[in-house]
Every structure is written in C-alpha cells, then in structure tokens.
Design a protein around this ligand. Structure first.
Ligand SMILES: Cc1cc2nc3c(=O)[nH]c(=O)nc-3n(C[C@H](O)[C@H](O)[C@H](O)COP(=O)(O)OP(=O)(O)OC[C@H]3O[C@@H](n4cnc5c(N)ncnc54)[C@H](O)[C@@H]3O)c2cc1C
Length: 306
C-alpha cells in the first residue's frame, strides 16, 4: 500500500496493484534521476533493472558536477544515487535485461534471466552503445553475414549454420532465438569461459577468433589455432544487451548507435523514452540527469493519459 498527498492536503490511498508500472533500464545518472521524479509523482510503481555497469564506475575524480566542494568519485555518486532512489521506494532488480518486447496490448515485456515482467512505460537509460570487438572482418561484412540482432535477422539464415560471438547470458539468449530457424548454432566465446551453462542443442568453441572470412558474404570463422568453422551468419552479442541492441529489437529509431528522441525524450515508439549517454550529445552527468528529469515528466503525462 502506498500513500499520496492530494491537492487539498487529504491523503489519497492507492493499492500498489492498481498502480501503473514504469520500467527504467539502467541505474546511472539518467536512470536514477528519472526514478526520483517518477517515484515522487506517485503515478507509477518504479522498477530499475540494472547490471550495475555504469560508465561512472570508472570516473575516479569528478570536479564538474554541481554541489560538491571537492572531488567526488563516480562510485560514491552511484552509491548515493541508488540510496536516494531506494529511500523513495524505487525497486531495484539487479539483473541483466536480455530483451524488451512490445506486447499485443501495447505494453512492454522485459525479459531477464529471472523471467518476464510487463510494464506500462519504459525509459532506456542504458548508457552509450557497446563497441564491437576488434575482430578482423566484423566491420567489413556488416549486413553481409554479420548481424547484431537475432530476432531481427534470424529469418535470413533459415536452415543455415550460424555462430554467436559472446560468452554471457545475452549471447545464450541470442543463440536460443537462432536455434528455432538455423540448421546449427555455435557460441564462440573468443577466449572467455562461458558465464553459465550452454543451452541444449547449441555447440560452443572457446578458441580465440582471428578473422571472419568470406568473399561477397561471410563463409567461415577462422581461429588463432589454425582451425575454422563454416557458417553463413555471425551474430555479435558480447557483454550485455546495449542501448542500441534494445532499440534495434523494438523498432526504436537511432542514428549511429544513438537513440533519437524528441525534446521530451520520447522515442518514435509511444511509451518508450530514452535518456543520457544512449541519446548522444554531451556525454556528461549533468546532461544525463537533465535528460532523466525531462523523460520522467513526459512519462508521468503518458502514464496518466494511457
Ligand atoms: C572514465 C570516465 C570518466 C568520466 N568522468 C566524468 C566527469 O568527470 N564528469 C562527468 O560529468 N561525466 C564523466 N563521465 C561520463 C559519465 O560517466 C556519463 O556521461 C554518465 O555516466 C552517463 O549516464 P547514463 O545514465 O546515461 O549511463 P551510465 O552511467 O553508463 O549507466 C548505464 C546504466 O545502464 C545499465 N545497463 C546497460 N545495459 C544493461 C542491460 N542490458 N541490463 C541491465 N542494465 C543495463 C548499467 O548497469 C548502468 O546502470 C566519465 C566517464 C568515464 C568512462
């Protein structure tokens, strides 16, 4: 049960189950900032899904953010940001978002290793897009056998052998998606140990990749030990799903890996907003915090009207 102050000072009580549900992907400055506005508005139950890998973790000394007499570390800002959000009732789900789907009733389904949950509005605050691993041939064959989205491109590899580069939960999720259509799926961990168990029916190789080879299209993956694997498609899924992966799968418009938003941080998909580094521009805390606040105000309006 939560309570909310009415305009005349009377207390309006709302059952949690009656409340709308807002999802924020990411607990960096953009996601946390949005969560504070959303939680205080009382419009929705607010959940943050986060795998805790903000780029701020790497910032040892911050001297250009409002309110600190001396330098502050990124880790300290993140710790305090989370504590403040938790104090306001924001729920943290410490896991990895594998996929975001739009349901037939136009709500949003978040898929994590723990299961599926549906939300009424979503903010993507997942930070800057991931960089592709430095493997020879990856850039050259993009669109000619190299893909970054199983659900988008599996169709083109029906009955064909494919590989997925990656070693985490996200790579396994992509491999399982491809198994439904491709003749064989091999996960290539490129020197890493697989983070969990390999799903049934999927092969894996741990050798270091030296090159993706082909002529007009990809035909094989070459390994440093001199061996090779014949494939017609290679799907890149290194690390966790990034903001660009989430955008691709939900039909959100982006440009050079940056999600396109209007001045209210709304994407082209009604109900999905984006904030912070994933939208480009000044990649700094102050801009991420501002984006988060603007997005939250738009989400509050959306949740009230839908
Ligand atoms: C070394 C370094 C130093 C910096 N120094 C400064 C500085 O001095 N001043 C300054 O203003 N800025 C600085 N920055 C930039 C600043 O860190 C970023 O602009 C800011 O963190 C962006 O905030 P964000 O919320 O958009 O993204 P991030 O802080 O990157 O947060 C992204 C969030 O998304 C989550 N996430 C991503 N994908 C998933 C997934 N699939 N599932 C679950 N969670 C996911 C992550 O766990 C994280 O919580 C620095 C950056 C670096 C790398």
């Amino acid at each position: 049960m939560t309570s909310q102050r009415g305009t005349k000072g009377n207390t309006i009580r709302k059952e949690r189950s009656e409340m709308k549900k807002a999802l924020i992907i990411g607990s960096g400055p953009a996601g946390i900032s949005a969560s504070l506005y959303l939680a205080r508005s009382g419009t929705a139950e607010v959940t943050i899904i986060t795998n805790g890998k903000s780029s701020l973790e790497k910032a040892e000394k911050i001297e250009n953010y409002f309110g600190f007499a001396g330098p502050v570390s990124g880790k300290e800002l993140l710790r305090n940001g989370r504590a403040g959000a938790e104090r306001l009732g924001v729920r943290f789900h410490d896991t990895e978002l594998l996929e975001l789907n739009i349901t037939p009733s136009l709500s949003f389904e978040a898929v994590t290793p723990d299961g599926r949950e549906t939300f009424d509005a979503v903010l993507i605050a997942a930070g800057a897009a991931r960089k592709a691993p430095p493997i020879k041939g990856l850039k050259e064959f993009e669109g000619r056998g190299i893909s970054y989205c199983a659900v988008c491109d599996a169709f083109f590899y029906r009955g064909k052998p494919v590989a997925v580069i990656g070693s985490g939960e996200y790579a396994m999720h992509e491999a399982v998606t491809l198994l439904q259509t491709s003749s064989s799926v091999t996960v290539l961990t490129n020197g890493e140990e697989p983070a969990g168990s390999i799903p049934e029916g999927i092969g894996y190789r741990t050798g270091k990749i030296s090159e993706i080879a082909g002529d007009s299209k990809v035909h094989s993956v070459l390994f440093e030990d001199g061996s090779s694997l014949s494939v017609e498609g290679v799907f890149v899924a290194v690390g966790a799903a990034g903001s660009d992966d989430i955008a691709r799968k939900t039909g959100i418009a982006s440009d050079s890996g940056k999600i396109i938003t209007d001045s209210g941080m709304a994407t082209n998909v009604p109900g999905i907003y984006a904030a912070g580094d994933c939208t480009g521009g000044l990649m700094q805390i102050s801009k991420a915090v501002s984006d988060g606040a603007i997005a939250a105000m738009s989400m509050i309006r959306f949740l009230k009207n839908n």
